[in-house]
Design a binder for this molecule. Structure first.
Ligand SMILES: Nc1ncnc2c1ncn2[C@@H]1O[C@H](COP(=O)(O)OP(=O)(O)OP(=O)(O)O)[C@@H](O)[C@H]1O
Ligand SMILES: N[C@@H](CCO)C(=O)O
Length: 297
């Protein structure tokens, strides 16, 4: 068998952070690793039971992304074996599909000997994912704030925040398409103005490191939370309990079903332990944000 050529490391993400719907994402120090080896046909090997359900041939999302990037640049790409190890829960609101797309973009860039700018990568990823929040954060790392509409793509990258993170992960996955299907087609002008205001303050507070304020804004979403939260057991009780523990804020992670809790740096283990004790339905992951995005190791 041929020797491995290179390994791509890609971070999980939490998207939206409340009112930053489809725009704000944060990379998390929880990773997928994809090792690439020359092979006669495309094949993907997954380690671990959770990922065993995924397709392993040309229809796999990582492979499709590699081939789509090559097609867009009128290039041919040879087939490879991809060996995937991931600590990222699948379909649980931690950007697993975005990590697959980001891995595909970075693999294509390497195999085709191309160099994309960060914004080019974010644009390709957003077009494939359909929205820009988690795919930009997983590609670039830190916190990313994006505007993506048609031909227009704007990206602001903020450094890794100095906070701790707790992610509450329930046992059942929830497809993003299903969760998006719960959202209304329209909001009133007043609702849109309120959502825009809380998102503006959220991102400015993150940029200035004011997480007390950012955490309060995380809980003032009008775009999606009220339509989704009934799917997540004990949502309001968890929010109240997080406040009693001194957390900055709690909201849905991405499209759910996981929940994202922002806490003071260094308090994530203790808050995770207490949340697990109180809400044993959820697994509690104590994490840190990640400064680096998808990269070759
Ligand atoms: N490592 C991977 N390799 C190939 N396909 C993947 C991989 N990870 C995720 N996918 C694809 O993405 C789907 C899950 O995407 P979905 O958007 O529903 O969840 P998510 O990305 O984890 O959540 P969210 O977008 O809310 O953060 C899987 O069912 C699978 O089709
Ligand atoms: N912004 C997306 C994130 C999930 O991919 C949503 O909330 O549907």
């Amino acid at each position: 068998m041929a020797a491995p050529m290179f390994t791509v490391v890609v971070p999980a993400t939490t998207a939206n952070l409340g009112p930053g719907y489809d725009s704000v994402g944060m990379a998390l120090a929880l990773h997928m690793r994809v090792t690439v080896t020359r092979a006669d046909a495309w094949r993907v090997n997954y380690t671990g039971e959770e990922y065993a359900e995924l397709t392993t041939g040309e229809d796999n999302l990582i492979v499709q992304t590699v081939k789509e990037v090559a097609r867009r640049y009128y290039r041919e790409v040879e087939s490879h074996l991809l060996h995937v190890e991931s600590d990222i829960p699948l379909g649980k609101g931690l950007g697993s599909s975005a990590t697959a797309i980001a891995a595909g973009i970075v693999i294509a860039e390497k195999l085709l000997s191309m160099t994309f700018t960060p914004v080019e990568k974010a644009r390709i990823g957003s077009e494939l994912e359909g929205h820009s929040d988690n795919v930009t954060a997983t590609l670039l790392g830190g916190v990313t704030v994006t505007y993506f509409a048609g031909d227009s793509m704007e990206v602001i990258q903020l450094p890794k925040p100095e906070i701790g993170v707790v992610i509450l992960v329930p046992p059942e996955a929830l497809k993003t398409t299903e969760s998006r299907g719960l959202l209304p087609a329209d909001l009133t002008h007043a609702q849109a103005a309120s959502g825009s205001a809380s998102a503006n303050v959220l991102t400015t507070a993150i940029a200035t490191g004011d997480w007390e304020l950012a955490g309060r804004m995380m809980e003032l979403d009008v775009f999606h939370e009220r339509y989704r939260k009934s799917l997540f057991p004990s949502f309001d009780e968890i929010r109240m309990y997080c406040r009693s523990l001194g957390a900055f804020g709690m909201t849905i992670s991405g499209a759910g079903p996981s929940l994202f809790v922002a806490v003071k740096d260094g308090e994530e283990q203790e808050v995770a332990r207490k949340l697990l004790q109180q809400f044993p339905y959820y697994e509690a992951l104590a994490l840190q944000p990640a400064g680096a995005g998808a990269r070759i190791e």
